[in-house]
Write a protein that binds this ligand. Structure first.
Ligand SMILES: C[C@@](CO)(OP(=O)(O)O)[C@H](O)COP(=O)(O)OP(=O)(O)OC[C@H]1O[C@@H](n2ccc(N)nc2=O)[C@H](O)[C@@H]1O
Ligand SMILES: Nc1ncnc2c1ncn2[C@@H]1O[C@H](COP(=O)(O)OP(=O)(O)O)[C@@H](O)[C@H]1O
Length: 283
């Protein structure tokens, strides 16, 4: 195997995201939904390790046991990058998972984005960020924002992105023990699909909600319970299509204090909101 400048043993970050609000404003002919949302990153996430291979083979050497290797978004992203670029190299990829799966925190998309950015560098392909975002969009609607690495106002299915400078509070994020399927919520007949578009300025002034909340809460009563519990302390909201709910707190200490009271059996963490992804500094 050639001696690569980065036979990297250091972890590449794949941060979680929050949707600070999420409006469904229409349905496209292909069934996908046009959204308005704001993405912010968290200083909490998965870690990915890459060792380039000279023989062209792509393998996941460690990762979530319940996701078959060939379906893992890191493996799919590596294959997509290889065929888009014609790269001859391969990689061993290990994933340390921390982001709850099906949690509305974008873990799979973030892992895919980190794979695209890391292998673009390690394989020395030199694709632009725009090219990586285009490849990423085919893997998942949330991949482009993770590739670009800036907190953003998003429209379309998440591909029209405008960087946004947001406050960076500490968040308490609570995930009850259910995995919500994004496809199930978007295909629910009862999902409201006609929110009036708002402006970023209106969001910054306090407008906005999560249009998926009622559907997810009705179908997953534990998400309702988690929201009701967190709303004792402030204006909590759901991220994406759930299952995670979050509350902005004035300080890390205050968030930790609330975390101590999270009911048993619910996953939780405290993390700072970030307008720049930790991956951004490596891209
Ligand atoms: C709703 C959001 C908000 O950030 O987050 P999550 O709750 O998944 O984290 C995303 O738009 C999700 O993005 P992502 O998780 O990448 O979704 P995809 O894999 O592309 O889509 C899963 C399925 O959801 C439906 N879907 C997804 C996005 C969208 N704008 N309209 C849709 O109708 C489609 O049926 C699609 O087959
Ligand atoms: N590396 C990965 N990490 C997480 N989920 C993955 C991964 N690869 C594929 N998936 C699939 O993507 C689905 C959505 O996962 P995830 O992105 O964590 O949640 P969400 O879309 O709710 O934010 C999972 O249920 C899983 O089947």
């Amino acid at each position: 195997m050639p001696n690569f400048p980065f036979t990297t043993e250091f972890p590449w970050p794949a941060p979680a995201k929050l949707n600070l609000f999420l409006h469904v404003i229409g349905r496209r002919a292909d069934g996908y939904h046009n959204l308005q949302t704001v993405f912010q990153f968290l200083d909490f996430g998965d870690s990915l390790f890459f060792v380039p291979r000279g023989d062209g083979v792509i393998r996941r050497t460690d990762g979530p046991a319940d996701i078959p290797e060939d379906q893992d978004l890191v493996v799919r992203a590596a294959h997509a990058l290889k065929s888009a670029s014609g790269a001859g190299l391969g990689a061993d990829i290990a994933v340390t998972k921390r982001i709850p799966m099906g949690g509305g925190l974008g873990g799979g998309s973030s892992d895919a984005a980190t794979t695209l950015v890391a292998l673009n560098r390690l394989w020395n392909i030199g694709l632009t960020i725009d090219e990586l975002a285009t490849i990423g969009l085919k893997l998942g609607a949330d991949v482009p924002v993770f590739v670009r690495g800036l907190a953003a106002w998003a429209e379309g299915v998440g591909e029209h992105l405008r960087p946004l400078n947001l406050p960076e509070p500490y968040y308490l994020v609570v995930t009850p023990p259910v995995a919500v399927s994004t496809g199930e919520i978007f295909s629910a007949p009862e999902l409201p699909r006609a929110s009036e578009p708002i402006t970023a300025e209106a969001f910054l002034g306090g407008e906005g909600q999560n249009d998926c909340e009622a559907v997810t809460c009705a179908r997953y009563p534990l998400v309702r319970e988690a929201l009701d519990w967190l709303r004792q302390f402030g204006p909590a909201r759901m991220s994406g299509t759930g299952a995670s709910v979050f509350l902005a707190c004035p300080s890390r200490a205050e968030a930790r204090g609330l975390q101590d009271q999270v009911p048993k059996g619910w996953h939780s963490f405290v993390a700072a909101g970030l307008n720049q992804s930790p991956l951004g500094t490596l891209a």
